[in-house]
Design a protein around this ligand. Structure first.
Ligand code: XMP
Length: 509
C-alpha cells in the first residue's frame, strides 16, 4: 500500500482541490467524510481537515473524534478545520466583524516555522470564512497574520498540529502549493513516490491477488476510462479479461472499426458486437431526448447481458469508474452514504449480479490519462474529445433514422478531420455537429433545393461544467462549410454555434 494522506471532508467546495494539490506532489491521498473517520493505519502519514459551510458555533457542528491521529501523525486544519481545532482546545471563534472573503496579503510570517518555510511577506492568500479565530489557546503559537486576520496560521506547541484560516489549495493563494508541500513533504515526510508507474505496478499486483484465475467481463466504449481500466486488468490477468465493444449505430463515422482495431492492436481480448439494428429499432419514432437516452440505456443492457452469457463462468464485472464518480462532497446537514454503492439485488440483468472491480476509482481524469500514456495506449484513444454515451442520437434533433445518422456522420467527419488537419483538434475540448430538424431553401445549379441545416459546435472547457465556444478561424469555418455542402448530400446550410454554457449547454438535447 502506498503512503497516504487522509483528508476529512467537512463539506467545503474546495475539498477536492486539496486532494488535487496533494496528488500533484506525487503523494497519494483519500477524501473521507467527517462522519466516517478511517482507522489510522501505518501507511497514513498525515491528516488534513477541510473547510466547511458550517460554523463551530453551531450547536450540532461537525466534530469527529480524531484522537487516534493526534500526536501520532501531523494534522493540518484548513479554515473550518483550523477553527475546529482552536475551538476544541479552548480558543475563541467568533463571527468576523469585517469581510474575510477573497484576497488578502500576509503581513507577518514566522519563516523559521516548517509550515511557513519559503513563504514570503506580502504573499497573497485566499480567505473564505464567516467566522474567525479571535483568541488561540495558550499553547498555540501564531505563525502568520494578515492586516485584518491576526491568526492566519498557527502551530500547536509540542505537537505537529497546524491550522491555517485561508485556503492554500486554491490557485489564488499564490504560495499555497508551497505550504501544502511543506506540510506533506517536510512535516509528514511523504516520499513523493506515487507516480503513474508506481500506481500501475501496485494496481496490477492488487488485481492479480483479487481476481486470481477468475474471468472478468468489461464493456469498452472507446473512451479513455474504460480503455485504461481494460489495459490495467489486461496486464494483470491477460486473456481472462473479456471485453465487449458494442456498435450502437450512433458512433462517429468508421469509429467502431478503427477503435476495435486499436483495441486488438493493444492485445485486448475484445469482441465487437454489431447491434446497430437493435438500437435503431428501439429508437424508431422517438423524438424526446430523455426517452432516447432511456431506450439506448435499456438496449445496451440487453445486448451486454446477452453477450456476457456467452462467456462461461464469468465472476467479475469491471468498470471504468473514476474518483469524481465515487466522491461527492458530504452533505453537512445530513451526512448520508456518500459512496455510490452497487446493490446486487434481484431483478437486475445477470451481469449486474457479478462482483465489481473498478481499478481507476481512486484517480482523477487527468491522472487516468497519465496512466494511459504510461501504458502506451494509442494517442487516438487517450487524446480524444469526450463523446456522450447516447452518441449521435442526441445530436440528431427529432427522431432517429439510419439515413439521418449517415448524413450526420459525414458532416461530423469532415469537421473533426478538418480540426485535426489544421492543428486545431487539441485546442478544442469537445467538438461535434448537430443535425437540425429544419429545412431551408437553397440553390444548386439552376435548381432550388430544400435541404437540412447542420450546426457545428466547438467548445473550450476544463470539466464540461462550464464551457465557451471556440473562436475558430473564419478561414477554417469557410472551408469546412464549403466542403460539407459540396460533399454531403442532403445538407445545404451550415451554421456555427456561438453560445456559452451557461446559459446554453454543450449538447443541443
Ligand atoms: P451538456 O450538454 O450538459 O454536456 O453541457 C456536458 C458534457 O456531458 C456530455 N453529455 C453526456 N454524456 N450521456 C453521456 O455519457 C449523456 O446523456 C450526456 N449528455 C451530455 C456532453 O457530451 C458534454 O461532454
Amino acid at each position: 500500500m502506498p503512503e497516504k494522506i487522509i483528508i476529512l471532508d467537512f463539506g467545503s467546495q474546495y475539498t477536492q482541490l486539496i486532494a488535487r494539490r496533494v496528488r500533484e506532489l506525487n503523494v497519494y491521498c483519500e477524501i473521507h467524510p467527517f462522519n466516517k473517520v478511517p482507522e489510522l493505519s501505518p501507511e497514513v502519514k498525515g491528516l488534513i481537515l477541510s473547510g466547511s459551510p458550517c460554523s463551530v458555533r453551531d450547536e450540532d457542528h461537525p466534530n469527529p473524534d480524531i484522537s487516534q491521529y493526534q500526536n501520532q501523525v501531523p494534522v493540518l486544519g484548513v479554515c473550518y478545520g483550523a477553527q475546529l481545532l482552536a475551538h476544541e482546545n479552548g480558543g475563541e471563534v467568533l463571527p468576523s466583524t469585517i469581510r474575510e472573503y477573497g484576497r488578502a496579503l500576509l503581513s507577518e510570517v514566522h519563516a523559521t516555522n516548517r509550515l511557513m518555510k519559503e513563504i514570503t511577506i506580502g504573499s497573497q492568500v485566499w480567505m473564505s470564512h464567516g467566522d474567525t479565530i479571535k483568541h488561540v489557546p495558550e499553547n498555540f503559537e501564531v505563525i502568520a497574520s494578515t492586516e485584518s486576520v491576526a491568526v492566519a496560521a498557527y502551530k500547536v506547541q509540542g505537537q505537529e498540529t497546524y491550522g491555517i484560516q485561508f485556503h492554500p489549495e486554491v490557485t489564488h493563494s499564490s504560495e499555497g502549493k508551497t505550504i501544502l508541500r511543506n506540510f506533506v513533504v517536510h512535516i509528514c515526510e511523504c516520499s513523493q513516490d506515487w507516480t503513474p508507474d508506481q500506481f500501475i505496478e501496485t494496481t496490477v499486483t492488487e488485481l492479480q491477488d483479487l481476481i486470481g484465475d477468475d474471468k472478468v467481463v468489461l464493456g469498452l466504449s472507446g473512451g479513455v476510462d474504460s480503455s485504461v481500466a481494460a489495459m490495467l486488468i489486461h496486464q494483470a490477468i491477460g486473456k481472462n479479461l473479456y471485453c465487449i465493444f458494442v456498435d450502437n449505430g450512433l458512433l462517429r463515422k468508421n469509429e467502431f472499426e478503427s477503435v476495435l482495431e486499436s483495441y486488438k492492436h493493444m492485445g485486448l481480448n475484445v469482441k465487437g458486437v454489431d447491434a446497430k439494428d437493435r438500437f435503431y429499432t428501439a429508437l424508431a419514432g422517438i423524438s424526446d431526448p430523455e426517452l432516447k437516452r432511456k431506450a439506448i440505456g435499456r438496449v445496451f443492457i440487453e445486448v451486454f447481458d446477452d453477450e456476457s452469457h456467452q462467456i462461461t463462468d464469468v465472476k467479475w464485472l469491471a468498470q471504468g469508474t473514476i474518483y469524481p464518480d465515487v466522491i461527492e462532497s458530504v452533505s453537512v446537514k445530513g451526512p448520508s452514504a456518500t459512496i455510490k454503492s452497487h446493490h446486487n439485488v434481484g431483478g437486475l440483468p445477470d451481469f449486474m449480479k457479478l462482483k465489481i472491480v473498478e481499478p481507476l476509482k481512486a484517480l482523477f481524469k487527468d491522472e487516468v490519462r497519465l496512466v494511459g500514456k504510461t501504458l502506451h495506449i494509442d494517442e487516438n484513444i487517450i487524446g480524444r474529445h469526450p463523446f456522450p454515451g447516447p452518441g449521435l442520437a442526441i445530436r440528431i434533433l427529432g427522431d432517429i433514422t439510419p439515413q439521418k445518422v449517415s448524413i450526420l456522420q459525414q458532416v461530423d467527419d469532415i469537421f473533426i478531420q478538418g480540426l485535426r488537419n489544421n492543428g486545431l483538434y487539441n485546442q478544442v475540448w469537445q467538438a461535434g455537429a448537430i443535425l437540425l430538424p429544419v429545412q431551408s431553401v437553397g440553390v444548386m445549379g439552376d435548381e432550388r433545393t430544400y435541404e437540412n441545416v447542420v450546426a457545428l459546435r466547438a467548445v473550450s472547457s476544463v470539466d464540461g461544467m462550464t464551457a465557451d465556444w471556440v473562436h475558430l478561424p473564419y478561414e477554417f469555418l469557410a472551408n469546412i462549410s464549403n466542403e460539407i455542402i459540396n460533399k454531403v448530400k442532403g445538407v445545404n446550410r451550415v451554421v456555427y454555434d456561438i453560445s456559452s454554457k451557461p446559459p446554453a449547454t454543450i449538447e443541443w438535447e
